[in-house]
Write a protein that binds this ligand. Structure first.
Ligand code: ADP
Ligand code: MN
Length: 279
């Protein structure tokens, strides 16, 4: 996969340790199931897409006894597909399969990857990297920050606690002021651990009764990132704008920043001071 657009049958046989006729038999079977695609024009070769890669991750999670069975698809985002699953002892899980590096038009993507860096399967690496990073961020935040409990990582997939709730944009809160406070407290808790979400919005907050959980962390940054204050402001602005529009809550960015980021305030004061000294 790393070096060929279509992996020659001989390579599959060699790497898998299967006799070529056995390898061909199994690949044909997978190709009939549309798990892999087959090409015979230049030579006999195969390639796989995300669906096949999902199956590899899932079978690894099953081998490790993390997942016992998989259920319905519960979310499709720009860069992921999320399924419900049952874990050991029938605890419910969400499995997030990353989809970074994908474009809607398969062919264009493959051509582009080919031109860009010679790696025909940049999508695999992009998705794996994103999952690994998101999982590490989540393990660093849990349980101090209210997020789904991270359970396991495999390839481009993350198994985590399933949150039975609704996205913030889909509920009618009876206590919006309280809910906003809770969200800001969580942003602060992450900030104290050195992390800014950087894609926070009403779509990445799940409400369950009196609780909220913040999801979707692959683009999180450290607070020493050069754009940290800008991204924190953007996160807060998204949330404040949502509460202002839907619940007519008037909460200023300054107030929210004060609540979340003391370090920012200090930097802010330093900036003010320097400005005063200059003038
Ligand atoms: P994306 O980057 O694709 O938006 P998300 O992490 O936000 O990825 O997941 C997509 C959707 O899947 C979410 O909007 C949510 O509805 C659902 N989802 C994700 N994680 C969970 C979870 N742990 N429990 C329940 N639903 C989840
Ligand atoms: Mn999301």
């Amino acid at each position: 996969m790393r070096t060929h657009e279509w992996v020659p049958l001989a390579d599959v046989a060699r790497i898998s340790g299967l006799a070529p006729d056995k390898a061909e038999y199994r690949l044909r079977f997978l190709s009939n199931l549309k798990v892999v695609s087959r090409e015979t024009i230049h030579y006999l070769g195969y390639q796989m897409d995300f669906e096949a890669y999902d199956i590899l991750a899932l079978s690894d999670l099953a081998d490790r006894n993390v997942v016992a069975s998989i259920g319905d698809r519960i979310g499709v985002g720009k860069e992921s597909v999320v399924y419900e699953a049952l874990g050991k002892g029938s605890n419910t899980l969400a499995i997030k399969f990353h989809r970074e590096g994908r474009t809607s038009f398969k062919h264009v993507r493959r051509v582009r990857e080919h031109l860009k860096d010679g790696s025909r399967c940049a999508w695999i690496h992009a998705a794996r990297r994103a999952a690994r990073y998101e999982f590490s961020v989540m393990t660093g935040l849990y349980p101090q920050v209210s997020i789904p409990r991270p359970v396991a990582l495999s390839r481009h997939a993350i198994a985590m606690e399933l949150i039975h709730g609704n996205q913030l944009n889909q509920v009618n809160l009876s206590n919006p002021n309280e809910c906003l406070d809770i969200i800001l407290d969580e942003v602060r808790a992450a900030y104290i651990l050195g992390v800014i979400h950087a894609d926070l919005s009403e779509y990445n907050v799940i409400v369950r009764g009196e609780e909220i959980k913040i999801i979707d962390w692959p683009q999180a940054i450290k607070i020493d990132h050069p754009n940290a204050s800008e991204l924190l402001e953007r996160d807060l602005t998204n949330i404040l704008r949502f509460f202002a529009r839907k619940y007519k809550i008037d909460y200023s960015l300054k107030e929210a920043l004060d609540k979340v980021g003391m370090k920012y305030e200090i930097e802010d004061r330093t900036k003010e001071k320097t400005a005063r000294e200059v003038s």
